[in-house]
Design a protein. Structure first.
Length: 398
């Protein structure tokens, strides 16, 4: 059909990649049965999950599961309505208050996904008369939100504060507001934003600073509030955006801020208004996970022990990785075919990681994106490391 002609090149690239005889499509892997935060049956085999964003391993936490089940029993399976209509329950409001309290902020808004949190905040808060400076490696949801805002947008080079500063200087005489957008930890290579420096130049130029802490909530900072807390610059961050789908083990998104006017977005933000609100069980398990995140800092300690272990092991094997130890550990391979062969080898050895191919990667390389969890046992970490050691030779030139 002619309407699909535009996908021909994509279809051809996929055919070529899969010709090598892979038995599982790496971009469409089916988890036959998920057994725990760190194990599933994939292709009939018990497999260690080393490619999720389940940083604190809370998806099977008994308190979270029980809270979700109880909420479904008492409030039903779904809200069947928008926050603006029938979809605001007392639990949505309670979670917003708990998020605001946790971050020490005045206001919080909950969205149905993290993707929608970026879409909803950026498209509504920023207008066509404003100007955006965003880190080139920002997530697709940030790019999409920015596009919907209609603002003129400039990308600065990833984590290059001098490039950001140069562009801020150039914008000095613009009318409208200037907004700087960065992430706490970047999802592909696991590197952190140099947030103290970014905050300093952003504030020196009177611009607003928005930080997406999707991968850093529960992971960084003394109390798990993320990169801004770790860098000691929370006061300079105007809006924090994040998700429930990683360390909190559910689905949903949020924005917190000290501006009470943030509440006005409830009447203007289309991705907030024109979609159903999160189901009661999602809100219930997220509230429980947020409590656990605060009460069990040892989870964060275990997460970082596992991160250190995998990063140092893969570094020792000579893989090219992101620049620093992080729960996201991503060997970069120059050739997609090698990445696919190694991905398949790992899966046959009982280890699942994420295969990420260009153009979704920051440079032209392919990534075997691993992410560790506080839920990985020492034995599982050993098995992941052993599988990489045994398959190292498949990664030519890496
Ligand atoms: N922001 C970042 C930085 C992300 O990595 C992601 C998801 N990978 C999102 C937002 C979207 O979050 P969600 O999957 O919860 O919609």
């Amino acid at each position: 059909m002619a309407i699909f002609d535009k996908f021909e090149q994509l279809a051809e690239e996929r055919r070529r990649l899969l010709e090598g005889g892979v038995s599982v499509d790496p971009l469409d892997t089916v988890m036959g049965r998920v057994l725990s935060p760190t194990e599933a049956i994939v292709e009939g085999r018990r497999t260690i999950l080393a490619g999720t964003n389940n940083y604190l391993g809370l998806t099977f936490d008994p308190d979270c599961v029980e809270a979700a089940a109880e909420a479904a029993r008492w409030e039903g399976t779904g809200t069947t309505g928008s926050r603006m209509a029938n979809g605001t329950y007392s639990s949505h409001a309670a979670l917003e208050q708990e998020l605001a309290d946790f971050f020490g902020r005045k206001t919080a808004i909950v969205f149905s996904t993290g993707y929608q949190a970026n879409l909803g905040i950026l498209s509504s808060l920023i207008g066509p008369d404003d100007t955006i400076l965003l880190d080139a490696d920002c997530h697709a949801s940030i790019y999409d939100g920015v596009r919907l805002s209609g603002a003129e947008t400039f990308r600065f080079r990833h984590n290059r504060v001098e490039d950001l500063e140069r562009r801020l200087r150039r914008l000095r005489d613009r009318s409208g507001e200037v907004v700087v957008l960065v992430e706490g930890i970047y999802s592909m290579l696991g590197d952190r934003a140099p947030l103290a420096e970014i905050a300093e130049v952003t504030k020196a130029h009177g611009a607003y600073l928005i930080v997406d802490e999707a991968h850093s909530l529960g992971v960084l900072g003394e109390t798990g509030r993320g990169r801004a807390e770790e860098a000691g610059v929370e006061a300079a961050v105007d809006f924090v955006i994040g998700t429930f789908s990683k360390s909190l083990g559910a689905i949903g998104g949020y924005c917190v801020s000290d501006y009470p006017e943030l509440d006005l977005l409830r009447y203007t933000s289309r991705p907030y208004i024109f979609t159903a609100s999160p189901s009661p069980s999602i809100i219930a398990s997220t509230r429980e996970a947020l409590r656990i995140l605060q009460e069990r800092p040892e989870l964060r300690v275990r997460l970082w022990e596992n991160a250190e272990r995998l990063y140092r092991h893969l570094e020792g094997l000579g893989f090219r990785l992101g620049p620093e130890v992080s729960p996201v550990v991503a060997p970069r391979l120059p050739r997609a075919e090698d990445a696919l062969a190694l991905w398949q080898g790992l899966l046959e050895a009982g280890v699942y990681v994420n295969l990420v191919l260009p153009p979704a990667t920051p440079d032209d390389s392919s990534l075997l994106r691993c992410s560790v969890s506080a839920g990985h046992t020492p034995e599982q970490m050993e098995a992941i490391c052993t599988a990489f050691s045994e398959l190292r030779d498949l990664a030519h030139g890496a």
